[in-house]
Design a protein around this ligand. Structure first.
Ligand code: FES
Length: 110
C-alpha cells in the first residue's frame, strides 16, 4: 500500500474504570477511530491521503481523546465524535482544526 500523506494515531489506551487518570478508550476513542476511518474512506482519502491507526497511550491523558497527526507533528485533544467531520474536512483541504490543537500548557500537563 502507498505511503499516505498523513497518519492519525488515535490513542486507544484503556485503563480500569476506577483509575483516576482516565483513558482515551473510556472517553470513546475506539468509536472516534472507526468514524475517522469510515469518513476518510467515504471522502476518497484512504488510499493516498490519510490513515487512522490505533495507538497506545500518547502520554497526553488529561486531554484525551488524543490524536497525534504525523508528519505534521501536532496533537488534537479532547476530540469527540462530533469533531470527526471537521477533522476529515481538514485532511481534504490540508487545514488543521485549530480549536482542537493542544497548546503548550496542555502538553505540559500531560
Ligand atoms: S490514555 Fe490516551 S493519551 Fe494516555
Amino acid at each position: 500500500m502507498a505511503l499516505r500523506q498523513r497518519y492519525l494515531f488515535v490513542c486507544s489506551n484503556r485503563r480500569a474504570d476506577d483509575d483516576a487518570k482516565g483513558s482515551c478508550a473510556a472517553r470513546g476513542s475506539e468509536e472516534i477511530r472507526a468514524a475517522l476511518k469510515e469518513q476518510i474512506a467515504a471522502r476518497g482519502l484512504a488510499r493516498l491521503d490519510a490513515r487512522a491507526c490505533k495507538s497506545s497511550c500518547l502520554d497526553q491523558c488529561s486531554s484525551g481523546v488524543c490524536v497525534l497527526v504525523e508528519p505534521d507533528h501536532f496533537f488534537y485533544g479532547r476530540v469527540t465524535l462530533a469533531d470527526v467531520p471537521e477533522i476529515v474536512d481538514g485532511l481534504a483541504s490540508g487545514q488543521r482544526v485549530e480549536r482542537l490543537i493542544l497548546t503548550p500548557d496542555d502538553l505540559a500537563r500531560g
